[in-house]
Structures are given as structure tokens and as C-alpha cells.
Design a protein around this ligand. Structure first.
Ligand code: FEO
Ligand code: CA
Ligand code: CA
Ligand code: CA
Length: 598
């Protein structure tokens, strides 16, 4: 039968058909509004967006470019208001500036790009009758963090020789955050942000360690090294060692200095999400988004405290500085011969097996200890990928977002794709990454032993093997495949209040636009996946938040397709034909005022 308005609780909507609409397409009976878009003023004194007179000063008070992760935090005492925190992952100058010359960017353009990176915090107000959400400009909690904001380096690497620079001889003060992709909200009311593809901002990198992180040996694409020598590795060799961390931000204190927590390791952190142990210690999961790279967890040794005093807040902001960093190793339980990437299910009917968390290093108040032969603890935390290589961690198909289900504790990891799997001398398919030249990705479900967040052993199975359901290589947790939506390239994951998993995609290779999907994780509808929305030309779907009344998505890089420029945009979203494309946050709600999917 065709999927209709039925479904698990929270997923009762008529699915959106795969499409190539240059619009945000939503289910029948739902409405939408643009909450905020690139360039809208949020700070006091910031001007309205003027595409032909952009300045770095204006941008520093306006919503940044390419919104990715989104968080909504409660704002007690202000009716119908919440704090929206958004990541601004990267800039696409060709789509931002009508007069951009890739070989000769101007200083102003470069400084606009610095100011368009980072984070925005902006208070938003909900409409009483609909799910519509609008910004509250000039609120005292509104804030911009950019590529030049002061950060504190904390944890085992702070003060190390590996992070000292000529501008910061103590190795504790970093300017800016770059490429913040996904993230998480902590149980103590802060947000976490993963610094992902930081390699692209640096030039002239030649060391083995630089190579392992994909840093360019020549000039960088944006040429920032010509405007600030810290981006030139030949001149400031340690500057790149100060990026690639998990950032913690306190949206309730606009004067706070955001932190980079080195105990969570340095790699292309897609994001970071927290689950507490039974005795209140934080466990943080994080994927390293690269083909054949690893996923990790950090187990903190200090307990979270409850309360709102300054002392409690300061204690909780130090929780991620002491603990042990682990990397995942997975073993399948079916004969290797069956995992040949042809789409056959393994003989036992499931892609599944066991796994272990291999300790890499432990950070304590008195110093740090390495568990990896031949590497110091500081080296493990700065060159974490090399530590993973040494201990034989499992090479995955691009670990993107990873998030524990608050209802069950099971952890879901999006593996977005890996076109190089099995190609040439590359790693062959295995039971967790079962396809050669994997175009569509998979979602892995991980169950910690005894369901304890700090276990060092786990069981895992593939929850979804993405693609066109008619493709025999796909799998939807055993649910009948004639009743699910096609899905390709899972990226961000989130949960609704019923424990359904929501998945946004980046890079759909089925010929349709990216979108947002919901899927039941429990009960007899487990695996029933339905598309909730799709995004315009060139965009990826990011930052999903599923609230009772509304769904929020970040429409990242609309119009980013080959040949598109600011002069000749190839998408008309959101402001109409010929206008600059503007990455934006969109809210979707039910027109009849009922809960989403109820
Ligand atoms: Fe920024 Fe891995 O997506
Ligand atoms: Ca198996
Ligand atoms: Ca992502
Ligand atoms: Ca992605």
C-alpha cells in the first residue's frame, strides 16, 4: 500500500514525494515561514542587509552565512520566546559577492567572510496561534561569534608547545571558530559545536600530520593567508593545531568566552552530542566526517551539578576537560564472503556485530596519560586521527552526525556515503560499511553493553541502508520497502518527543533534492521512513529540530550548483529570481494548530 496519513505517532503526515522543486516543499496541511536569513541584523546598531554594500562591520552584527546546526533553548520569564543558536559553517564567496574575483579577493570581502563564519545566538518569538517563529533583533542575549572572536583553549592541550603561536605564546587563547557543522545541546544548558573541515582555511602545509588532515600544500582557495599570516602554516605552524575541536558556547551569558575542549580530540568533528551516565557524568559522541575515518566517544570523569549559580555553571563548563577519549572498533558477525557489496543480506539476515571502544588517552586535573604506544597524550589529543590509525579503529563511510536516543539510550550514527569504498587498494566493504562505491550511505544503531553510556563494549546493527527502496541493496530495519520514501546521504539526526529518528540529507544521489525524513525506531512500524520536506536547488538540509508545534530546518547553501554565481544565481530561493541566494532557517508547522505528526 501507499504511505498515507497513517504512521507511528509523530509521523502521521502525507509524505512529500521526491522532487526537484526550487522551494521548501512540505506536507499538505502544513505552513512555513522563514525565521531568519543570511544578513538579517540581530545586534543593536547592525544595518539591514544590502547585497551591494556589504561590509565586515555590518556582517558582524548580522546573521551569518550557511547555517547548519540549530539549537532552541528555553528562555524562562519571556513568554513564547526561546534562544536560537545557529552554526555558520562556511562561506561561498562566489554566491555572496557580485564582484568576486577568486584570484584576487579584496580585504573587505575576506573580512566579511570571517564575520559570516561562526555562530549566531538570536532570541526568537513564537506566534500564539501558529508555529511561526520570528527573530527579536537587539535582544540583550543576541550574539555573534566569528572567525576572530576570542576563545579559550581548555583541557589537556591548553598551554602545550603544540598550540603556541607568535600571537599566543601561552597556547591558551585562540581567535575564532571555523567550519562549525553539527552540534548538540548539553544537559547543563550550553551548546556544543563541531569544528569540521578546518583544513581548507590553511595554506602551505607539508608535515605528515598536516597531510593526514587533508591540509593543502599550496595556497588555500580563499587566500586568507594573504591577509592574516596565521593561516600560512609555513609561517605559523601551530595555528592549525588550534582548530578541529569541539566548541562549547553559553547562550545565557553574552559576556562569556567560548571554549575549545581539547580532551575530545582534534579531527573533523561533524558534531557532538551528550548522554549522561547513571551517576551524572557526560559522555560525548562525535564522528570524524571523512571517507575511511572513525567515530569516537569521550567519557567524562566529573559529575554534572544541578542549579543555576555561577559556581555550578563554571563547574559544568569544565566537565569536558577531564575524562577518557575512545575510538570505535567494529566486528561483523557474518562471513566476509557474504559482504561483497552486491546488496545481498548477510546469511543471518542482518548487518550486525559487536564492537569495542578503544581508549586513546585520559585527561585528569594533574595531567594526561596516553594509551597509544609511541604517542604522548598531547599528541593523541592533537593528532587524534593518527592515534586511531595506530590502534586499528574501524574505517567508516564518512561518520556524520551521531546522537543517542533520549528514550532508549541507543545511539544512531549517520554514515553519509563513500564513493571510494572498495576502489583500488582502498578498504573493502565490511558488515558495517557493506557497499562498494557507496553512493547513498547507511544509518548504524549502536547499543552500549547493559545500556550504560560508559561501557567499553557495544552491539551494533545497520538500521537503514539508504537508497531507492527498489534497489535490493537497501534495508529499512526490515519494514516493507514498498511503503517507505527513498533516501540518500543521511547527514544530521535528531529525535522527536516520541523517540522517532529524524534524518536530514546532504548530497542526494537519486536525482532529487535533499530533504528531511522521519522514521520510527520502535514498535511494529520500526523502519517506516517518510519524507517530511525537501529543500531548494543546490541546498542541503541541516539542523533539524523537532518540537511539538514545529519543525525547524536550516537550508544551507541554496543555489550552490556548478556554474552558479552571485551575478547569475541558478536558484531563486528565498528572495526571488536574480536575487542573491540566502541560506536561511525555516519553521514548518501544522495549519490546524495541532502537534506535528500527531
Ligand atoms: Fe559539514 Fe559533514 O557535514
Ligand atoms: Ca550479521
Ligand atoms: Ca553535516
Ligand atoms: Ca555533509
Amino acid at each position: 500500500g501507499k504511505p498515507g496519513n497513517k504512521g507511528a505517532r509523530g509521523l502521521r503526515f502525507a509524505p512529500v514525494a521526491p522532487n526537484t522543486n526550487d522551494a521548501v516543499t512540505i506536507p499538505e496541511g502544513y505552513g512555513q515561514n522563514i525565521v531568519i536569513r543570511w544578513g538579517e541584523p540581530i545586534l543593536r546598531g547592525a544595518p539591514a542587509f544590502d547585497p551591494d554594500n556589504q561590509t565586515a562591520k555590518a556582517q558582524a552584527g548580522q546573521f551569518g552565512y550557511n547555517c547548519d546546526f540549530l539549537a532552541l533553548l528555553p528562555l524562562p520569564g519571556e513568554r513564547n520566546r526561546q534562544i536560537l543558536v545557529a552554526n555558520h559553517e562556511y562561506t561561498d564567496e562566489v554566491l555572496m559577492f557580485r564582484d568576486y574575483d577568486e584570484d584576487n579577493p579584496t580585504r573587505e570581502q575576506v573580512e566579511i567572510a570571517w564575520a559570516a563564519h561562526g555562530l549566531s545566538a538570536v532570541v526568537v518569538e513564537g506566534d500564539r496561534r501558529t508555529g511561526k517563529l520570528t527573530p527579536v533583533p537587539r535582544h540583550h542575549l543576541n550574539r555573534r561569534v566569528t572567525a576572530t572572536t576570542e576563545f579559550r583553549l581548555t583541557g589537556p592541550v591548553a598551554g602545550s608547545d603544540l598550540v603556541k603561536t607568535s600571537a599566543d605564546p601561552n597556547g591558551t587563547k585562540v581567535l575564532g571558530t571555523l567550519n562549525d557543522c553539527a552540534g548538540g545541546v548539553t544537559p547543563w544548558g550550553t551548546t556544543l559545536h563541531g569544528e569540521e573541515n578546518f583544513n581548507q582555511y590553511f595554506a602551505n602545509a607539508s608535515r605528515t600530520t598536516d597531510k593526514r588532515y587533508g591540509m593543502p600544500t599550496g595556497g588555500s582557495d580563499r587566500k586568507w593567508e594573504l591577509f592574516d599570516k596565521r593561516f600560512d602554516v609555513a609561517q605559523e605552524p601551530n595555528e592549525p593545531h588550534r582548530f578541529g575541536y569541539v566548541v562549547e558556547f553559553d547562550p545565557y551569558d553574552p559576556t562569556s568566552t567560548p571554549r575549545k575542549h581539547t580532551a575530545l580530540g582534534r579531527f573533523k568533528h561533524e558534531g557532538a552530542t551528550v548522554r549522561l551516565t547513571h551517576d551524572g557524568r557526560p559522555v560525548v559522541y562525535s564522528g570524524d566526517d571523512e571517507r575511511f575515518d572513525y567515530f569516537y566517544k569521550f567519557v567524562g570523569s566529573k559529575r554534572m551539578k544541578k542549579g543555576y549559580s555561577r559556581a555550578v555553571r563554571e563547574h559544568n563548563l569544565s566537565l569536558l576537560d577531564e575524562g577518557t577519549l575512545y575510538v570505535a572498533k567494529l566486528t561483523g558477525d557474518s562471513p566476509a564472503i557474504e559482504i561483497d557489496g552486491t546488496g545481498k543480506l548477510p546469511r543471518d539476515g542482518e548487518f550486525d556485530g559487536s564492537g569495542e571502544w578503544i581508549p586513546l588517552a585520559t585527561a585528569t586535573a594533574d595531567g594526561a596519560v596516553s594509551h597509544v604506544e609511541g604517542m604522548t597524550a598531547e599528541e593523541v589529543f592533537v593528532f587524534t586521527r593518527l592515534a586511531g590509525d595506530k590502534v586499528g579503529a574501524t574505517k567508516m563511510d564518512r561518520p556524520e552526525d551521531i546522537e543517542p536516543n533520549p528514550h532508549t539510550g541507543k545511539v544512531y550514527l549517520a554514515l553519509t556515503n563513500n564513493s571510494a569504498r572498495g576502489v583500488g587498494s582502498n578498504a573493502k566493504p565490511d558488515e558495517a560499511n557493506p557497499r562498494n562505491a557507496n553512493k547513498h550511505g547507511q544509518v548504524l544503531e549502536l547499543t552500549e553493553r547493559w545500556n550504560r553510556a560508559d561501557s567499553t563494549k557495544f552491539a551494533w546493527s545497520l538500521f537503514l541502508v539508504a537508497g531507492d527502496p527498489e534497489d535490493p541493496a537497501t534495508y529499512f530495519a526490515g519494514f516493507p520497502k514498498d511503503q517507505v520514501s527513498p533516501i540518500s546521504c543521511p547527514d544530521n539526526v535528531a529525535f522527536d518527543r516520541y523517540g522517532n529518528l529524524w534524518i536530514s540529507t546532504d548530497g542526494n544521489s537519486l536525482g532529487f533534492h535533499d530533504g528531511l525524513f522521519g522514521v520510527a525506531t520502535r514498535g511494529d512500524r520500526r523502519g517506516e521512513l517518510k519524507q517530511f520536506l525537501s529543500v531548494p536547488i543546490g541546498a542541503e538540509t541541516c539542523g533539524p529540530i523537532i518540537q511539538e508545534r514545529r519543525v525547524l530546518v536550516a537550508v544551507q547553501h541554496p543555489g550552490e550548483v556548478d556554474g552558479a554565481t552571485a551575478e547569475k544565481p541558478l536558484s531563486a530561493w528565498p528572495d526571488g529570481p536574480g536575487k542573491l541566494n540566502r541560506p536561511a532557517v525555516v519553521a514548518v508547522w501544522r495549519k490546524d494548530g495541532c502537534d506535528v505528526g500527531a
